[in-house]
Design a protein around this ligand. Sequence first.
Ligand code: ATP
Ligand code: MG
Length: 427
Amino acid sequence: MSKAIQAIRGMNDLLPEALSLWQRIEQAAETVLTAYGYREIRFPVIEKTELYKRSIGEVTDIVEKEMYTFEDRNGDSLTLRPEGTAGCVRAGVENGLLHNQTQRLWYAGPMFRHERPQKGRYRQFHQIGVEAFGIGTPDIDAELIFVTARLWRLLGIRGLELQINSLGTPAARARYRQVLVEYLRGQHEQLDEDSRRRLDGNPLRVLDSKHPAMQPVIAAAPSLHEHLDEESRRHFEQLCAYLEAANIPYRVNPRLVRGLDYYTRTVFEWVTTDLGAQGTVCAGGRYDGLVELLGGQSTPAAGFALGLERLAELAALQQVAGAERPPQVYVAPLGEGKIAQQGLVLAEQLRDAGLRVELHCGGGSLKSQLKRADRSGARYALLLGESELAVAQVSVKNLRADEPQQLVRMTEVPAFLCARLAGGPVQ
Ligand code: ATP
Ligand code: MG
């Protein structure tokens, strides 16, 4: 036997058992997003490297050290998408979706970042991303937060805290940047290596440092809030009023900045203390300059991305039920030839009637087939042997209740099972 090849570090297989919870989350997200008028968009997982450099910013963790970048056979530099907003905007501009109109879009799929793998932090991870284009007012910022709050409600997820902040306009941020740089220069001795480097390129990112030694420096830093321009301040107050009107509790976190360069005004995160260090389940905000930066007409925009690994982990901790839908009926043909053939036909007829049916393939004894039937999760087993076939009937066995086995005419089996399975809990 040759040596088995293993997966790449930080890239996980998602097995059927765990996926039922993912599917529940994905279905809930689709339901909620559709209820707010968002439509799905799909775009490639690979783009030109330039797209991410330009949108995310050169002096960011992602572009500096996390991207999977390679040359293809033509010598073009390509990158596996580290996040979805850039690709979504690129696709929107290229296909004329963003010009003079509002557009509510969502997408889901894998993202790739070469980070140090740990709990809640992987090299291939999955996001559901939501973007709203063409609306500059804070009502859409609030709507995006309502979408997430409703999703948590629908899933029964508790204990997420909403943190919000405003980064102001680029001009206000530039003014604040000067004040911050001055302050950080005064703290030079305390700064870690990353922060020293960021001081010149992207000083706001120092506030996003996770380095423990940096926390007191960050806590004492001047607040961006005091440097907000008048309009951003009004925008933020409006957002707060909308959240209060909808009874969504929030905390203003004046140190909240996002890892990506392109945010303006509103930023928000949903954070939990239940997942250890990787507690941000969902993060987003406004990015009014990005569409223009990527070659479109100036278009206000806001969005968020939620991390499915972290949300699924939290949902599992809180015992949220998965979307598992095992077969309802297990068809057990107890023989070959005509019997096997009748088994195939019967299973098809049951599926025509809308039931979920697993057919036993490969033969075997009654005992072994019943064992598999039990393991499949089905409520009923249909036993089809010589004697049943001779009288065009099947034996119906309830696997989940103590009930006598019953002979039912072949032609009546679909109606018989539908009547019994309808209304009952879908098992
Ligand atoms: P963090 O501060 O945790 O590194 P980030 O600011 O880099 O997060 P975003 O780019 O805003 O994260 O991504 C949005 C969400 O995607 C995060 O809140 C998180 O739930 C998830 N996420 C980001 N990176 C990873 C990763 N490497 N593994 C798993 N989930 C991730
Ligand atoms: Mg990160």
